[in-house]
Design a protein around this ligand. Structure first.
Ligand SMILES: *Cc1c(COP(=O)(O)O)cnc(C)c1O
Length: 536
């Protein structure tokens, strides 16, 4: 940690998962940002968050009786928002759009300032309507509110900032406002203003999946006014053609990072061809223990007590929770595998069901019980297909395959503390980091995962959990999937099941190792200190 006064940081993010019912989050990015603000407050660091007050949050997703997915949206109202009395104006599509600025600090979090366009002055009240709900014009408008509006809010609030941290590419238009300020008020030319702005920005990239790196046509950005006074040539110099938000982030920042060691390698390979960009280092994500680790298991661990008894209480609570949600009663004596994540093909949420000749018998006998959760993007048909397949399996094995609809922080909490095993099946190296496995690990829930994201640096195979797939990578999806599913069945039937059913004391020893090897290393404390030391 630097000895001099710490730099003041403004952290920009599209989503924040601060509380299960404060619906400003969709998934991992938001959970990370929420944890970041909490740990920042706990450590008394000079950091504030900038985000958007989403009127309808992210999609709510339910399963109808016929097995089909049903998307729902609600208008949310929160009574804990503080009115800053400030409104800023962003010029979007040649209209003035007013953004009201709210402040939230009631979740033991660093102050979070939220922009909101749902006020009577606006025709475009719906810009801050749905998180990731729309594409193209709507998405660009949202990103202009976050970026350009965010900088203007900081100015109106009179908050001094030394470092602007763009958490993912959504915020890069903020840099165009920083450039504009310098050109307008300090008479710098574009090149000089860009160079000076770079000194103030750091950038975190979050996805090794190419489609996850959003880009927009330059014509669209010019039409929307996202260029913020820059010419089309200047815009293409920053973000390329089409304008890629990640490339822009890399060219607008002095330092950039990926979110695990393996992701750092992947990201450097992915963006190797991009000239004049920030170097990409690795800072592995971490989690806020206060939010995610059950106090009882944590206390038992810290006191050096036995863990299984406490674990069984947590498992019972999960089984009770599942009963309340679904009417299904799972068996507390039998192995319970949990797995919840965004439903998208590369995560292979249904990989474990690939060969029913192998897995079917265990499901029939109840020797393996699997509880899954997750949302598919409303517009992703491949994801919805996976979910529909899972729903069919819940009907075929009603007492051992369960799906919890409408995944949120509450489900995440119950599952990552009450399961026996935490299953993670992404196609390596597509998982940037993953944090649900950390939550599980610190609760003594043993990870059974592909060596991807954080697990590639945490796994001590057979000691603190298990890996499967042996780190194999291939562009041939069928070959990769075959390798991984064979390996999964091998580890599951030869290592996990025998241990669970015949050697509880070794199981308990692994639980202890799981907590011991992750407790500090994957905590948000360690993470944010690395950001202060290496990035800010
Ligand atoms: C922890 C968490 C995530 C992120 O977990 P991954 O391992 O990255 O999938 C996403 N959504 C919720 C609700 C969570 O609690």
């Amino acid at each position: 940690m630097k000895k001099t006064a710490l730099p003041k940081v403004a952290y920009f993010c599209m989503e924040y998962g601060l509380h299960t019912d404060f619906k400003l989050y969709a998934g991992g990015l938001g959970i990370l940002a929420g944890d970041y603000l909490k740990i920042s407050k706990e450590l008394n660091l000079p950091l504030i968050g900038i985000g958007i007050l989403w009127k309808q949050g992210y999609v709510e997703q339910f399963i109808e009786n016929n097995g089909f997915l049903y998307d729902a949206y609600h208008n949310y109202k929160y009574d804990f928002l503080k009115d800053t009395g400030i409104k800023v104006k962003v010029r979007i599509r040649n209209h003035d759009v007013y953004c009201k600025v709210w402040m939230v600090d009631c979740f033991n979090n660093a102050p979070l300032y939220l922009l909101d366009t749902d006020i009577p002055e606006n025709e475009d009240r719906w810009i801050t309507g749905q998180l990731y709900g729309w594409f193209n014009e709507e998405r660009v408008a949202q990103e202009m509110v976050l970026g350009i509006g965010g900088i203007k809010a900081l100015r109106s609030l009179g908050l001094k900032v030394d470092v602007y941290h763009f958490n993912e590419g959504h915020a890069v238009f903020a840099a165009l406002e920083l450039i504009r300020e310098k050109m307008e008020y300090k008479s710098m030319d574009f090149k000089k203003a860009w160079k000076e702005t770079i000194k103030e920005i750091v950038f975190t990239t979050h996805t090794p999946v190419i489609e996850g790196n959003e880009s927009h046509s330059l014509e669209l950005l010019m039409y929307m006014g996202a260029n913020n006074g820059l010419t089309i040539e200047q815009m293409s110099e920053i973000g390329g053609v089409p304008f890629n938000m990640t490339i822009a982030g890399l060219r607008l920042s002095r330092a950039a990072n990926a979110v695990s060691k393996l992701h750092g390698k992947t990201a450097n390979k992915m963006w190797k061809h991009i000239k004049k960009r920030a170097p990409i280092i690795s800072i592995t994500n971490g989690i806020d223990r206060k939010t995610w680790v059950d106090k009882r298991i944590e206390t038992a661990y810290l006191k050096g007590e036995k863990l299984l008894q406490t674990h069984n209480i947590l498992k019972k609570e999960l089984i009770e929770f599942i009963y309340k949600r679904t009417g299904i009663i799972l068996n507390e004596e039998k192995l319970l595998i949990g797995s919840s994540r965004r439903i998208v093909p590369y995560k292979r949420n249904d990989l474990i069901f690939t060969d029913e000749k192998i897995i079917g018998g265990y499901l029939d006998s109840g020797k393996i019980q699997i509880v899954l959760s997750g949302k598919g993007h409303p517009l992703d048909d491949a994801g919805k297909k996976i979910l529909e397949n899972i729903i069919i399996l819940t009907k075929k094995y009603p007492n051992s395959v369960v799906f919890l609809e409408n995944y949120d922080m509450t489900i995440g909490k119950f599952l990552t503390r009450g399961s026996d095993v935490w299953l993670n099946t992404p196609r390596r190296p597509k998982e940037a980091c993953g944090t649900s496995g950390m939550k599980a690990a610190m609760n003594g829930v043993l990870n059974l995962s592909i060596l991807d994201g954080w697990w590639a640096e945490a796994c001590i195979d057979g000691i603190n959990g298990w890996q499967f797939g042996n780190g194999f990578e291939s562009n041939k999806i069928e070959k990769l999937d075959k390798n991984d599913v064979d390996s999964l069945y091998d580890v599951l039937t030869k290592k996990v099941l025998p241990l669970y059913y015949t050697d509880k004391s070794k199981w308990e020893a692994m639980m202890k190792e799981s907590i011991k090897t992750t407790y500090d290393k994957f905590s948000a404390d360690r993470m944010i200190m690395e950001y202060y030391d290496l990035m800010y």
